[in-house]
Design a protein around this ligand. Structure first.
Ligand code: SF4
Ligand code: SF4
Length: 198
């Protein structure tokens, strides 16, 4: 049995600049987590399916970046369970440091429960923000795939800028989800808006 991702890491192995941007990402992810959970909860709490799987959870244990995110957040999630991963009777035990794919999936029931396509779009963009921050972090490689050595070569300013852009997009998504409409120009950096019928 593995321990939580943070336990296999020594944060002293990483630069202060990397840890600082990891904290920014962690704070952003916590907000994304809360927003996605709030939007999906009415449907998910009635659902008898389970869309989580240990094979998805495992990336959080294997990825240095996600391990750093878990460690800097200070969350105490206990041990990784080889049979259930991070899933508990209360849902996912990881509040941050989840694999980006965990935020990207919205089942048909979630999508069809929302009648406003602008809100569905904003929700999908919200779910892609963790992946957006880490995309092409080093060459074509995503942050979550990088080794400890490769993380030391990541251009921190680029990641910091991505977090700032993602923060602005997050605010726009929240406004669309709240009001049912809003600006989509920044969201389109993450995902094309749906076509509007004339
Ligand atoms: S995302 Fe869909 S399949 Fe997964 S728990 Fe929620 S309602 Fe069920
Ligand atoms: S949301 Fe949590 S429990 Fe579900 S697959 Fe992702 S890491 Fe595992």
């Amino acid at each position: 049995m593995n321990t939580q991702p943070a336990d296999c890491l020594d944060l002293n192995d990483f630069s202060l600049e990397l840890l600082a941007v990891a904290r920014l990402y962690s704070e952003l992810e916590a907000r994304i987590n809360g927003a996605v959970a709030a939007a999906c909860q009415p449907v998910c709490r009635l659902c008898r399916e389970c869309c989580c799987a240990v094979r998805f959870c495992r990336e959080s244990v294997d990825s240095y970046w996600l391990g750093i995110i878990a460690a800097v957040s200070g969350q105490d999630v206990g041990a990784f369970d080889e049979g259930r991963g991070w899933l508990s009777s209360q849902g996912c035990r990881l509040k941050v440091g989840r694999p980006p794919v965990c935020y990207e999936f919205f089942c048909e029931a979630i999508v069809t429960a929302e009648v406003n396509p602008a809100v569905v779009y904003a929700l999908k963009v919200l779910g892609r923000l963790p992946g957006f921050v880490g995309a092409r972090a080093l060459g074509g490689r995503h942050l979550v795939t990088l080794s400890r050595f490769e993380l030391s070569r990541v251009p921190i300013a680029k990641i910091r800028q991505r977090v700032a852009i993602a923060e602005a997009i997050f605010t726009d998504c929240q406004e669309i989800i709240r009001a049912g409409h809003g600006r989509v120009d920044r969201l389109s950096r993450v995902m094309k808006p749906p076509k509007v019928n004339a």
